[in-house]
Design a protein around this ligand. Structure first.
Ligand code: F6P
Length: 334
């Protein structure tokens, strides 16, 4: 009988790749004969004590295998605002101790990693797997969820282009990204957007109006949520441009759908690396990927969770820089 008991939770905005990671964790826990439990509803589950012990049997195998191809998270997620309070964190540690958890794996974004760091400071063995469609954990080139979301966006953009072009209209396509324009930039570059409005390129609304008015054929303008909502942009520009504009916010569509191959690969790599750390009892680590090529494959690595805040952008990433450069050139093209 193993002396390790692992708890796993998914926290923050759900995204593709989370279920794939859960299945990979299940398989490796089974292989190493660790006890495993899922915490329902993310960090909130640590406070509400919604722990589910996982049994290794045929039924769980097939259930998890089915889920692993789907987006979202079958163990649910939640956002917990008061997790920054130490008394709340101590409550969570109490529940984890009650269940004799030796290791906690947190799958989530920025806020979830802050919670993971706090729990590790309180003495828990914590491991982080980055997952958010925003791609705003800058220590890693890609997080789970981002690649599936932007790939799904390509279909939505193509669909919109057909109707917009037929009426000589321009769609103001709002793409998610709380404080980061990367999902918008990738969606625009790979989806052949005509204009891309992200903070990272330092354009003003006036610049955008100029881009619209000087370009001959245009039907797709991608605006990142981190700049402003498409509905607001519509109000600001509708009387100043020589084309009819339509508000097309993609909204939560972007967080659903099935896992793309890219996220299945990433989930697998991230979980393998996490288990290396776990087996070496090297806790307080989160995993990432760097040096990615055009197929989004790169070198997987681990880093101390307390070091990730020193990364404030993706300037080191050739691939991401290239995407920004390309959308800038497209914006400025005659
Ligand atoms: O998970 C990230 C994200 O999708 C952001 O892009 C967006 O701003 C936010 O979450 C939306 O959150 P909610 O689903 O809670 O409305």
């Amino acid at each position: 009988m193993s002396t390790r008991k692992i708890a796993v939770l998914t926290s923050g905005g759900d995204c593709c790749g989370m279920n794939a990671a859960l299945y990979d964790i299940y398989k490796l826990s089974k292989k190493y004969k660790f006890e495993l439990c899922f915490v329902l509803n993310g960090l909130k589950g640590l406070l509400d004590d919604t722990f589910i012990d996982v049994s290794y049997n045929h039924e769980t195998d097939s259930k998890l295998k089915d889920y692993s191809k789907k987006g979202g998270t079958f163990i649910y997620s939640a956002r917990v605002k008061n997790f920054i309070e130490e008394s709340v964190q101590k409550e969570a540690v109490k529940t984890l101790k009650k269940h004799k958890i030796t290791d906690l794996i947190v799958i989530g974004g920025n806020g979830s990693f802050k919670a993971a760091l706090a729990l590790s400071k309180l003495g828990l063995n914590v491991y982080g797997i980055p997952a958010t469609i925003d791609n705003d954990l800058f220590y890693t080139e890609f997080t789970l969820g981002f690649l599936s979301s932007f790939i799904h966006n390509l279909d939505y953009i193509d669909t919109l282009r057909v109707t917009m072009r037929s009426h000589h209209r321009l769609a103001l396509v709002e793409v998610m990204g709380n404080k980061c324009g990367e999902l918008a930039a990738f969606s625009s570059y790979y989806g052949d957007g005509d204009i891309c409005f992200v903070n990272e390129l330092n354009n003003s609304v006036d610049d955008i109006i100029k881009f619209i008015n000087k370009k001959s054929e245009k039907s797709i303008l991608i605006v990142s949520e981190s700049v402003m909502h498409s509905s607001k942009l519509l109000e600001l520009i509708k009387d100043k441009v020589d084309i009819e504009v339509k508000d097309c916010n993609l909204g939560h569509l972007q967080r659903g759908g099935n896992n793309e191959m890219e996220d299945l690969y990433l989930a697998n790599e991230f979980v393998n690396e996490t288990f290396k750390n776990l087996l070496n009892e090297d806790s307080g680590k989160c995993v990432g990927i760097k040096g990615c090529d055009d197929k989004f494959k790169g070198e997987v690595f681990s880093i101390d969770i307390n070091k990730i805040d020193s990364f404030t952008n993706h300037n080191y990433s050739e691939l991401i820089n290239r995407v920004y450069q390309k959308v800038k050139e497209t914006n400025e093209a005659k």
